[in-house]
Design a protein around this ligand. Structure first.
Ligand code: CTP
Length: 398
C-alpha cells in the first residue's frame, strides 16, 4: 500500500514513544521506507536500537554525530520525506515548531522539510488544555501542519482526560489517506459549515436540532485530504475535527453568520452542511426561567439565512447548499437552488432509511442549477463526501 513512499518519523520524549515502535512496524508491513529521528528525551523512553531494528534504517538523534550516518543528516532527511510524522509530539516540540526554534536534530529537520507534517500530540491533560499549547497547535494548523488529535483516556500519570496519543492505527490511517489521496483541490480554500446551531432561551436552555455534524465533518476530512485549505465553521458537536482542518466554533445562527461572512472573502468554495436554526427567541431571558406560570410563551424571530445572503454576493465562488426535507424532496430542493443562487444542492430525505443526522451513512440526491438530478444510493458519509467534491470539481469554474 505504501510501497516506495518515504516516511520520516520524528519521535519526541513522552511515554507514548513506545507506541512509535508499533507505528513503525505497521508502516513497514505496508512496505513504506521509514526513517526515524529521535530527540534526546525520546531515547530515555525507547532506544534508537529498537527503532533501528524495526525500521531497518539508521536512527538520527545527534546533529553532530559524524561517526554514524552521513547520508541522512538533517537536510537530506528533510528532502527525502514524502510525509513527515511526529508521534508522539510533546508540548515542547510543538512549542518549538510554532516559534521557529531549531536546536536539535528533530526540530531542525522539520524546519528544513517541505513535506506535509502530521503531528500526533501526546501529553498530560492539563498540559494539553493549556492555552499556550492550544495556541501553538492552532498556529501550526494555520501554517498547514495537520494534527491527529489525542484521545480521552487514562494517562500514564494516572489522570483521566484528553492527551493520550491517538492509536497507531489512527495515525497510520492519516498517513495512508494523505499519501494515497487525489490531490485535486490544492490551492483551493473551502469554507464549510457543519452541525446544529443553538438559540438561547435563557442561560441554561436553548432551541436546537438533531444534527451531529457527521456529514459536514466528512466533507471537511475529504476536502483536506484532497489538498484544500478547509475552514470549518462548526456548531456544537461531539466529534473531533479531522486533521488538517481549521475549525471555528460557533453556537448560534447569528454567530455562524458573522464568522462565515468574515471568512467568505478568502474562500473559493462554500459548502453549507450546517442545520441552522431558522428561528431564535426574540429576547433570551437573562436569568433562568422559573416554572411559576402554567404556560410560557416564547416569541421567536427569523434568523439570517446565511446561504441566501451568500448567494447575493457570490461572484464567481461555488456555493453548495444542503436541503433537509420530509416531503417533496426534489421540488423543495430545486426551489432552494434558485432562491439561494446555488451551484449544487445536496438533498436528504429524512424519512429514508440510512439517511439523516445521526447515521454514519446517507442517501442523497445531488441537484445542479440546470435541474439535473443524481440519486446516490446508501453509502458512508465519507464516500458521499468524495462524490460531492467530485461534482464540485466538475463545475467549470473549479
Ligand atoms: N441555511 C442557512 N441559514 C439558515 C437556514 C438554512 O444558511 N438560516 C442553509 C443550510 O445550511 C442549508 C440550506 O440553507 O445548506 C437549506 O437548509 P434547510 O433547513 O433545508 O432549508 P431552509 O432554507 O431553512 O428552508 P425550510 O426550513 O423552510 O425548508
Amino acid at each position: 500500500m505504501l510501497k516506495g513512499k518515504k516516511i520520516v518519523l520524528g519521535v519526541s520524549g513522552g511515554i507514548a514513544a513506545y507506541k512509535a515502535c508499533e507505528l513503525v512496524s505497521r508502516l513497514m508491513k505496508l512496505n513504506a521506507e521509514v526513517h526515524v529521528v529521535m530527540t534526546d528525551s525520546a531515547c530515555k523512553f525507547v532506544t534508537p536500537l529498537t527503532l533501528r531494528s524495526l525500521s531497518l534504517n539508521q536512527v538520527a538523534v545527534d546533529m553532530f554525530d559524524t561517526s554514524s550516518y552521513w547520508e541522512i543528516e538533517h537536510i537530506s532527511l528533510a528532502k527525502l520525506a514524502d510525509v513527515f510524522v511526529i508521534a508522539p509530539a510533546t508540548a515542547n516540540i510543538i512549542g518549538k515548531l510554532a516559534s521557529g526554534i531549531a536546536d536539535d536534530m528533530l526540530s531542525t529537520t522539520v524546519m528544513a522539510t517541505k513535506a506535509k507534517v502530521i503531528i500526533a500530540p501526546a501529553m498530560n491533560t492539563n498540559m494539553y488544555e493549556n492555552p499556550v499549547l492550544q495556541r501553538n497547535m492552532k498556529q501550526l494548523e494555520t501554517l498547514g501542519y495537520s494534527m491527529v488529535l489525542p484521545e480521552d483516556g487514562r494517562l500514564a500519570c494516572g489522570d483521566v482526560g484528553k492527551g493520550k496519543m491517538a492509536d497507531p492505527a489512527v495515525i497510520e490511517k492519516a498517513i495512508i489517506d494523505y499519501l494515497n489521496q487525489k490531490q485535486d483541490m490544492v490551492g483551493k480554500t473551502v469554507l464549510l459549515t457543519a452541525g446544529p446551531t443553538r438559540e438561547a432561551i435563557d442561560p441554561v436552555r436553548f432551541i436546537s436540532n438533531n444534527s451531529t455534524g457527521k456529514m459536514g465533518y466528512a466533507i471537511a476530512e475529504k476536502a483536506a485530504q484532497r489538498g484544500a485549505k478547509v475552514l470549518l465553521v462548526s456548531g456544537p458537536v461531539n466529534i473531533n475535527p479531522p486533521y488538517g482542518v481549521l475549525k471555528y466554533d460557533v453556537v448560534s445562527a447569528q454567530e455562524m453568520y458573522d464568522k462565515v461572512m468574515e471568512l467568505f472573502g478568502e474562500c473559493d468554495i462554500v459548502i453549507k452542511a450546517a442545520a441552522v436554526a431558522d428561528y431564535a427567541p426574540v429576547t433570551p431571558y437573562s436569568q433562568k426561567v422559573k416554572k411559576e406560570s402554567p404556560e410560557l410563551e416564547l416569541k421567536l424571530k427569523k434568523n439570517p439565512d446565511i446561504l441566501y445572503e451568500l448567494g447575493k454576493i457570490k461572484g464567481d465562488k461555488i456555493i453548495v447548499g444542503f436541503a433537509m426535507e420530509t416531503e417533496n424532496l426534489t421540488e423543495n430542493a430545486a426551489l432552494k437552488i434558485k432562491k439561494k443562487n446555488l451551484d449544487l444542492i445536496v438533498a436528504n430525505d429524512l424519512n429514508e432509511p440510512g439517511a439523516g443526522f445521526a447515521a454514519d451513512t446517507n442517501v442523497v440526491k445531488i441537484i445542479d442549477s440546470k435541474g439535473n438530478i443524481e440519486s446516490i444510493p446508501q453509502k458512508s458519509k465519507l464516500e458521499i463526501a468524495d462524490i460531492i467534491l467530485d461534482r464540485i470539481k466538475g463545475i467549470k469554474r473549479t
